[in-house]
Design a protein around this ligand. Structure first.
Ligand code: NAP
Length: 271
């Protein structure tokens, strides 16, 4: 159980994690890449995000390319009622894999962050994976197999100055992933808190960040391929060699030194 497991064949993957997967945040970026790769492995899908037009276009593409059945659910995960809406959309589906991926960040000095956006972020980044995993666990345990992937972030591995609320939300998802891994791995259910570093998605523009300034950018597809290959190697998995090296070094430093150095670097970059 604690040894590193090799990647599976697509057929074995579909048997262990199918017949259907629920993917939140599937309208763009990492979630979209999860949907594409899971359909290519033969899993039926329930795709969730707010932008229904994008979900419908993707569903049609995946049904045609891979012969899988794809449902869509347009839901705003900042609304607590969204979980019930998603569970209603999942009626009749046997969900073997939850990919709780939807999320967003807020960058800047903590006192400048809009409190309403912070509350929405906690609902999307933290409450949604908490509630969705809670709702889907009984089915996974009944089947004695399956998986839960929660897209967290390297920012959850330690405090990050000027990203305080987001980093705290991702520390929550890393802790959630570790706890669920401890509860579920002996029951045959794999849990992975996936920690991407900078990934080439719409997220940076949404936070007002120029993505050309970011180091070690990965494609969403590469992040997802690593996640799927390491789904049995939880609880926490950092995507990308460069990110693993960087965060091993940072988390190995005296914490006060690492935080002050990071805060200085960010302030210098802002000048
Ligand atoms: N990009 C990075 O560098 C990076 C690094 C580490 C971790 N991550 C994490 O990766 C995950 C995916 O982000 P991404 O980089 O792929 O960003 P993205 O391209 O902006 O995608 C975010 C997804 O989440 C959905 N979403 C956001 N708010 C939502 C809401 N209120 N209700 C329902 N869905 C919502 C979006 O769909 P709609 O807008 O259509 O609702 C979209 O599908 C997030 O959890 C993020 O924190 C990203």
């Amino acid at each position: 159980m604690t040894e590193q497991q090799p990647p599976m064949t697509d057929a074995d993957f579909a048997t262990r994690y199918g017949p259907a997967a629920l993917v939140t945040g599937a309208s763009s970026g990492i979630g979209r890449a999860f949907a594409v790769e899971l359909a290519a492995r033969g899993l039926d899908l329930l795709l969730v995000a707010r932008r229904a037009d994008r979900l419908r276009t993707l569903a049609a593409e995946l049904e045609q390319a891979h012969g899988v059945a794809v449902r869509v659910c347009a839901a705003d995960l900042a609304e607590p009622a969204a979980v019930e809406q998603i569970m209603a959309a999942a009626t009749g589906l046997e969900i073997g894999l939850l990919v709780s991926n939807a999320g967003f960040g807020l960058k800047g000095a903590h006192q400048d962050i809009d409190p309403a956006r912070m509350a929405a972020m906690l609902q999307v980044n933290c409450a949604a994976p908490l509630q969705l995993s809670h709702r889907l666990m009984p089915g996974l345990l009944r089947r004695g197999q399956g998986g839960i992937i929660i897209t967290s972030s390297v920012e959850g591995l330690m405090g990050i100055p000027y990203s305080a609320a987001y980093a705290a939300s991702k520390a929550f998802t890393n802790s959630l992933g570790e706890s669920l891994w401890g509860e579920l791995s002996s029951a045959g259910v794999d849990v992975l808190a996936l920690c991407p570093g900078s990934t080439d998605t719409e997220a940076h523009a949404l936070q007002g960040i120029d993505s050309s300034t970011l180091e070690g950018m990965m494609s969403p597809r590469d992040v997802v391929l690593e996640a799927l290959a390491n789904l049995r190697n939880g609880p926490v998995y950092v995507a990308g060699e460069q990110n693993r090296a960087m965060f091993d070094a940072l988390t190995g430093m005296p914490r006060r030194e690492a935080l002050l150095q990071m805060a200085d670097n960010i302030r210098a970059a802002q000048k």
